[in-house]
Design a protein around this ligand. Structure first.
Ligand code: FPP
Length: 246
């Protein structure tokens, strides 16, 4: 029985989020520049998106560029932005062919204009697709997102369109970039790092975390299947006891 066949379709995570890490180390291992790792990371993106859509995952969020990544050497930032523009442009037809809708979260206005425009165009061109939603986290950080949400909520309280006593979990969730996206049940991070790194801090509250030593450019469909099988073998208790779940 293949790994894919072992997956229980009835217990599939609806939303998987991934921190794609290790591109730089992968490139170094090959004696190449860091951007070579990012370029090869695109193959893993393609493989993962295809695998997730094939098995029936509804949302896949990829951490492609963090707010902190702007502090990388200028040449790497420029090369990464160019790679994003090129990849989004080259892959839109495939997204449409597979009925995958593209969305993005983050401070998108801070992206270079060509990147921003390409992204908006792809989002517009794929907006009617319904098989899976691919969410790119770009210029994203969770603390930035939470600060924005708090500011918006505070403004509503100031304007008296919302009363402070009404604020609950739902109010916060609705003011995050992920307002219309369910929380991920599974978060995967590659490259052996065991951190969340300012990614979906609110949304990952009850997520199962899966860490693999594989560097992102080596991540393939089988690795996604393995992560899902690991997830399916866990007991999700949400604070209850095992007995209560039966
Ligand atoms: C982390 O590896 C990876 C990134 C910051 C960028 C990820 C981008 C891609 C895979 C390319 C395009 C993506 C899409 C969605 C079109 P790292 O550079 O931090 O690696 P290191 O920790 O080994 O240095």
């Amino acid at each position: 029985m293949s790994l894919k066949e072992k997956i229980n379709p009835a217990k599939l995570p609806e939303h998987i989020a991934i921190i794609m890490d290790g591109n730089g180390r992968w490139a170094k291992q090959q004696g190449e520049e860091r951007i070579f790792g990012h370029e090869n990371g695109v193959k893993s993106v393609r493989d993962t998106v295809e695998a997730a859509a094939e098995i029936g995952v509804k949302y896949l969020t990829l951490y492609a560029f963090s707010t902190e990544n702007w502090n990388r050497p200028q040449e790497e930032v420029i090369a990464l932005m160019q790679l994003l523009v090129h990849t989004i442009n080259a892959e839109t037809a495939t997204l449409n062919k597979n009925s995958i809708r593209l969305q993005a979260i983050g401070d998108l206005k801070s992206l270079p204009s060509d990147c921003y425009n390409e992204l908006q165009e792809a989002i517009e061109n794929t907006k009617h697709n319904s098989r899976m939603t691919l969410v790119l986290a770009l210029s994203y950080s969770s603390r930035w997102e939470i600060i924005n949400a708090v500011k918006e909520i505070a403004k509503k309280v100031e304007e008296k369109t919302l009363s402070a006593s009404e604020i609950n979990e739902d109010t916060i969730a609705k003011h995050l970039c992920t307002a219309n996206i369910p929380d991920p049940e599974l978060m995967i991070r590659t490259s052996g790092e065991h951190r969340i790194s300012n990614f979906l801090l609110w949304q990952l509250a009850y997520s199962e975390l899966y860490f693999t030593d594989k560097l992102w450019p080596d991540f393939r469909k089988e690795d996604l299947y393995e992560a899902i099988l690991d997830y399916q073998n866990r007991e999700r208790r949400f604070g209850k006891t095992s007995e209560q779940l039966v």
